[in-house]
Write a protein of this length. Structure first.
Length: 150
């Protein structure tokens, strides 16, 4: 088939700067990178920080609940939780009501990190240089997008 008979491809659709996925991907990477120095001071990775935010709010959750809230599968979450358990930040135990379910709970060392971690959101807000209204609107849009994709 020669070029005159090939179907015309809409090239504008394939331009990187016309994509929604790329700025979201790049912003996610850059925002996670912005957290790194603050979390490094706490000896935390970003995924560990996310787990802690949920546990500081709920005290204990099942692995399934953590996975649902963080949109992570158990294959990703289990090794992360095992490392957190080795550091004595969390405990893992079978749910007596359902032996298939594993409950993750805060230990004193994990609870103690909360006081230090309270500074992280303000440090990130300083880096973003966005108004609280802008941040709230962006979070609302992203939450809506996530809901559409799940």
């Amino acid at each position: 088939m020669n070029s005159s008979t090939e179907p015309k491809i809409e090239t504008a659709l394939l331009r990187l700067d016309n994509q929604l996925c790329f700025p979201l991907y790049a912003a996610s990477r850059m925002l996670t990178k912005a957290y790194q120095p603050f979390l490094l001071a706490l000896n935390l990775t970003y995924p560990q920080y996310l787990v802690f935010m949920l546990l500081w709010e709920h005290e204990q959750l099942t692995v399934k609940e953590l996975g649902e809230k963080l949109m992570l599968d158990s294959g990703t979450l289990t090794p992360l939780l095992k490392r957190m358990e080795q550091k004595l930040w969390v405990s893992r135990r079978r749910d007596p009501a359902d032996e298939r379910s594993v409950i993750i709970g805060l230990m004193p060392a994990g609870r103690a990190l909360q006081a230090q971690a309270c500074r992280v959101p303000a440090q990130i807000l300083d880096k973003l240089a966005m108004s609280p209204t802008e941040i709230s609107a962006l979070r609302t849009q992203l939450t809506h997008l996530l809901a559409q994709l799940t």
